[in-house]
Design a protein around this ligand. Sequence first.
Ligand SMILES: C[S@@+](CC[C@H](N)C(=O)[O-])C[C@H]1O[C@@H](n2cnc3c(N)ncnc32)[C@H](O)[C@@H]1O
Length: 243
Amino acid sequence: MVGNAHPTKLSSIIKMTLQLDRVVPWGRSLADYRDMFALSDDDLQREILDCASGPSSFNAELTAGGGRVISCDPVYHFSREQIQQRIDETYPVIVETLHRTREKFVWDDIKTPEALGEQRRAAMAQFLDDFPDGMSAARYRTDALPYLDYPDRQFDLALSAHLLFTYSAQFDTDFHIAAILELLRVAPEVRIFPLLENFTNATSPHLAPVLQALSDRGHHAAIEPVPYEFQIGGNEMLRVIAA
Ligand SMILES: C[S@@+](CC[C@H](N)C(=O)[O-])C[C@H]1O[C@@H](n2cnc3c(N)ncnc32)[C@H](O)[C@@H]1O
């Protein structure tokens, strides 16, 4: 068995419980990932896991450029057509929500929710084009935190954006700690972005206990500024180096 669960059993549980009508697909690009995680050219040469990758084009773009990356997300249980349909359903809702909550975001580079939506839609189209081939090549995998079906230290670097801390109301502190420890099992360095909750823009209440739990286990965790800010105040990532 790899990891700390029975992946086959777990995967079937997730498949049963993951409902596409609860997923709001919204994916970012390689350029966004570079900024969210302060990724250098050297970082992009490393063996990377992108966890909770959704319909991001990071894998498609990095692979096309010769990079080595696996992306995992339970939404990959669904077909390209199902994910496309869900994107089409939720896209107008997200743009409308951005209009209602626009004072919570930075509109310096991208001026309107529609302009942002077009950028996201372009990234998601690139993902969808790549998804069938990427599934066949096992570059897209269905693993869900806090259990990953990879050997210890398969990767050099694990990234996770817009799941941990973002969904602080849905996932408790124990989940966050277990998820980050699992990412540290498969990679000696983990970067997580952002550290704010969705909608409120408040620092996640899980951050302080997570930092304590990591320190208790001898891991080195640091909050670092990054050149990406869309949620106001959301310009920091957590970098963890395994003990
Ligand atoms: C908002 S998307 C983020 C996509 C991408 N990382 C980005 O920043 O553009 C969040 C993703 O987390 C995925 N997710 C939900 N629960 C998860 C879990 N337990 N483990 C891994 N991914 C999960 C969802 O399916 C969704 O695609």
